[in-house]
Design a protein around this ligand. Structure first.
Ligand code: DQA
Length: 140
């Protein structure tokens, strides 16, 4: 069975209550249960951390495991700031699709740059949580 891993960055553990006008009213855990039910033939895992180094460790771990077929990454605010996570994406071969729940290009200037984008297979942005479904579909 294929393994697709979702890696979420800072504050995405607060989905459902965090700025619902931007990120919607559903928690990630709730959404993830539905996602797993829609993708029964796929092993889907989800990891979240508010800590930059933990995200890097997880990306390296997944890439080294040899059993991960693709990564869906929402690095959240680190997308705009983290050269370290961008370096990790350059160093690993596992295909990565980036997701932003909100349309970062219609928001503040500092969100319009995504340092991860050059190393990703694709980027889905502004389609709400359904971006994760679309990313899994793309990787499959
Ligand atoms: C986000 C957009 C980022 O700018 C923000 O810092 C987030 C979430 C999104 O999914 O829309 O935390 O990555």
């Amino acid at each position: 069975m294929k393994h697709i891993a979702i890696v979420n960055g800072p504050n995405l553990n607060l989905l459902g209550t965090r700025q619902p006008e931007i990120y919607g009213g559903q928690s990630f855990d709730d959404y993830f249960q539905g996602l797993q039910a829609r993708w029964l033939g796929v092993t889907l895992t989800a990891f979240q951390s508010n800590v930059e180094g933990e995200i890097i460790n997880e990306l390296q771990r997944l890439a080294k495991s040899g059993t991960c077929d693709g990564i869906v990454l929402n690095a959240a605010a680190y997308s705009h700031t983290s050269i370290a996570i961008a370096d990790t994406l350059k160093a690993i071969e596992t295909p990565v699709i980036l997701v932003h729940i909100s349309n970062v290009f219609s928001r503040e200037t500092e969100r319009k740059t995504d340092l991860m984008a050059a190393s990703a297979r694709g980027l889905i942005c502004g389609l709400g949580l359904s971006g994760y479904d679309l990313a899994v579909r793309a990787l499959m």
